[in-house]
Design a protein around this ligand. Structure first.
Ligand code: 5GP
Length: 195
């Protein structure tokens, strides 16, 4: 069991609606030593890939991406969530439905920060239905850049996102995969993290 998996079992809290709360170490209070270990592991798994940029989405991906970027020595760009539809031609946009808030957001990235020469590593805290990742992929494609790989901290394997992303041919590396969880008993079952 890797250190992220241990933390999930020790400190993760299952909430109603298939939500796993990991705010004591991942996305509210943040354990930067843990993020550093995650960065080391992704660096190994994406060995040989010429990554030029890390792209994540606000807010919870940002902390993880910043620590991970130190292992790849590349800049981090985060997609911003915009409340209104922005027709500014200087932005790449995509629509993303929030899993936790059930609202639709436009996400935007300035055209200044991704271009056709970029080989992008996508990083996020969770993968559930895949909406956030599909939005980020849309932005990378609009820029003419390449998605070199995708690093997810916690994939919920019982939701469809992982299958959609793997079937599309991307190298998806989830460091922990939750196969099932039950909010009534608080049980969390982890699967093989190297699919
Ligand atoms: P997706 O777009 O794949 O359906 O959901 C991924 C996004 O929703 C992530 O960026 C993450 O912030 C949030 N998310 C999805 N599932 C969970 C969860 O179980 N717990 C928490 N804390 N966030 C989640």
């Amino acid at each position: 069991m890797n250190c992220l998996e241990k933390r999930i079992i020790n400190d993760g809290v299952v909430k109603e609606g298939n939500v796993l709360k990991v705010d004591s170490f991942l996305n509210h209070q943040m354990d930067t030593d843990l993020f550093n270990e995650m960065g080391k592991e992704w660096k190994k798994r994406f060995e040989g890939k010429q990554i030029t940029k890390i792209l994540t989405i606000e807010a919870s991906g940002i902390g993880i991406a910043c620590i991970v970027a130190q292992h790849f020595q590349v800049p981090v760009v985060f997609a911003k969530k915009a409340k209104t539809i922005n027709l500014d031609g200087d932005l790449y946009t995509a629509e993303v439905e929030s899993f936790t808030h059930k609202t639709k957001n436009q996400i935007v990235v300035s055209k200044k920060f991704i271009n056709e020469n970029d080989r992008v590593l996508l990083i996020d805290d969770f993968l559930a239905n895949g909406c956030a990742l599909l939005g980020l992929i849309q932005i990378v494609e609009a820029a003419g850049a390449t998605v070199e790989g995708i690093g997810i901290a916690i994939e919920k394997g019982f939701q469809q996102g992982g299958q959609i992303i793997r079937n599309s041919g991307y190298q998806l590396e989830s460091l922990a995969i939750v196969e099932s969880m039950d909010w009534e008993t608080g049980t969390i079952n982890l699967g093989e993290n190297n699919r």
